[in-house]
Design a protein around this ligand. Sequence first.
Ligand code: IMP
Ligand code: MG
Length: 174
Amino acid sequence: MSEHVRVMLTEEEVDAKIQEIGERITRDYAGKQVHLVCVLKGGSFFMCELAKRIQLPVSLDFMSVSSYGSDTKSSGVVKIVKDLDEPLAGKDVIVIEDIVDSGRTLSYLLQILQSRGPKSLALCTLLDKPDRRVIDVKVDYTGFEIPDEFVVGYGLDYDQRYRNLPYIGVVEFD
Ligand code: IMP
Ligand code: MG
């Protein structure tokens, strides 16, 4: 069985949206330093592109949580695989995610991060699949709302592949 990727959002569309979010964050956090927390691995491409478009002092940290195996359904089991290096106390934190799907990962993660005493805590995601939501999470910055399809590219993987695609696509099997 062979597979190909159907483009859902082009590189140009994604770039333009990231520029727009960068400008919004720059306005919303004027006069402050923002601390971006990237949720690995999927959020990494988005965070790097976004960070370059925020015209403010920016610091970065990374964490990794797992809720997915190699299949395409959420297990509902979430664990911290890699924790942050820096404390969050007193910082204006923005969590950078690739996608909010069921919301399980984020709702768990945001509770943990909130308990560490940041001055503020916001959530920024490149993609949102609202139809799939099981647990409500408040998203402050959304790139695109997309239909319930399994997408890859721009950090998102299918069995660890396709993260490096510069666009968002859907894997189709021929
Ligand atoms: P949630 O806990 O169900 O919201 O799952 C969030 C995580 O599941 C994301 O950070 C992704 O790693 C993964 N995920 C959800 N939907 C997709 C998809 O369409 N493509 C690739 N990964 C996905
Ligand atoms: Mg993720």
